[in-house]
Ligand binder design. Structure first.
Ligand code: SF4
Ligand code: SF4
Length: 386
């Protein structure tokens, strides 16, 4: 018999009920987004059916390596994170700020239209919830509130998924950000799959989540269900591919700005900026103005930028950070050290994307460990731009 009086509660739903959940969100005019397989990777896109999820797929990840593989079961969330993050929806790669048109009556400026449909994110991992919380602090809590981000964010409905599969480059356990979602979701799922069943433990994290759970078929969770769900995240925690020793890391990095390791990593780093693009917390942007050849229309856009480009630190006379070493050092010391001074939290949630998607396999955990292994080493002559 179904229990329809859900309160703060953990319940169990079937795969079919998950389909109903997606259907209700779509009917409520949410733009439902979730993981799906495309071009050999698991990416985030619009989904309408449970079958759009990466059924039976997993991913194999290592430094500079990513590959999809078949699972032995039909798990819907049996993989880690891919190249996409939810950042692309809340803080889009390119955003028009305004447009202008000139005609016989003069120049008319028009503010950009923003997305009207609310987002529903299906399958948000614990590290990604922390990344969203970090971007909330950056865009909403500072003195310069980003109104467009706030509009996209405020009505988003988040269905988290506790990780059942640790990625080879994941280290959320050492960052205290996973693998179990602790806050910031409307509903959180744990996939319970074995030879006997395929169900989901659901935890409501908000009133909206409880209301939606109440609309779909469910049963109350038993102690056995709760234990099974705990075992899923415990197994994932123990299988984490990497770890980062954060003890005193901020002070360590800030005390080693002339360490020779920056030159060593510069010999490999292509300054491509992949790491900043895939990172769910990197938020830097640049602003460009474009006009048509007739001079009758113009637009101002904001687009993602990266501290790995020469232009990023260009001020009068040239770039402040001319070398790859100085740019890599800027990135990692901001992420793991000065971010804490700036925002009161690390800028890294341990998702591992920057390691997987670095074309030469540079590993933030290995670079931090290398500095820790030989602290206070200094190169003899700081290079240009250092
Ligand atoms: S660390 Fe890797 S991903 Fe980042 S800029 Fe260098 S080569 Fe590109
Ligand atoms: S720095 Fe790397 S591991 Fe940390 S949040 Fe960004 S992409 Fe993930």
């Amino acid at each position: 018999m179904q229990d329809h009086s859900v309160e703060g509660v953990k319940a169990v739903i079937s795969r079919d009920a998950l389909q109903e959940l997606i259907g209700f969100l779509a009917a409520d005019n949410y733009r439902v987004l979730g993981p799906t397989v495309r071009d050999g990777a698991i990416v985030y896109d619009e989904i309408a059916h449970v079958g759009d999820l990466p059924t039976g797929w997993t991913d194999r990840q290592d430094a500079g390596r990513y590959q999809l593989d078949r699972r032995e079961d039909n798990a819907l969330f049996g993989f880690a994170v891919g190249p996409h993050s939810w950042k692309q929806f809340l803080h889009p790669p390119i955003e028009t700020l305004w447009t202008a048109r000139q005609d016989d009556d003069g120049i008319t400026f028009t503010a950009a239209r923003s997305e009207t449909r609310r987002f529903a994110f299906i399958g948000v991992r614990a590290c990604e919830l922390h990344a969203i919380a970090i971007q909330d602090r950056i865009f909403l809590d500072g003195p310069y509130r980003d109104v467009a981000y706030g509009m996209r964010r405020q009505d988003a409905f988040i269905v988290a998924v506790n990780c059942g599969e640790a990625g080879g480059t994941c280290f959320c356990a050492s960052m205290g950000t996973g693998p179990k979602a602790d806050a910031g979701f409307d509903l959180a799922l744990t996939e319970l799959i074995d030879a006997a069943r395929h169900e989901f433990l659901v935890e409501a994290g908000s009133e909206a989540g409880r209301n939606l759970l109440d609309r779909i078929p469910h049963r109350s969770a038993t102690d056995a269900d709760l234990l099974a769900a705990e075992a899923v995240t415990a197994r994932t925690r123990n299988a984490m591919g990497r770890k980062l020793d954060t003890d005193g890391l901020k002070e360590l990095l800030q005390a080693n700005l002339t360490h020779p390791r920056w030159d060593e990593v510069a010999e490999r780093c292509l300054t491509c900026g992949n790491c900043t693009s895939v990172c769910p917390t990197c938020f830097c942007t640049t602003v460009e103005d474009h006009s048509d050849l007739m001079g009758t229309s113009a637009e101002r856009i904001r687009k993602w930028d990266s501290c790995f480009t020469m232009d990023f630190s260009f001020i009068h006379g040239g770039s402040v950070r001319k070398t790859g070493g100085s740019r890599y050092r800027q990135w990692i010391t901001h992420k793991l050290a000065s971010w804490i001074d700036q925002f009161g939290t690390s800028g890294c949630v341990g998702c591992g994307r920057c390691i997987t998607w670095c074309p030469v396999g540079i590993d933030i955990t290995a670079e931090a460990a290398a500095i820790r292994a030989t602290p206070k080493a200094t190169r003899e002559e700081p290079h240009e731009g250092a």
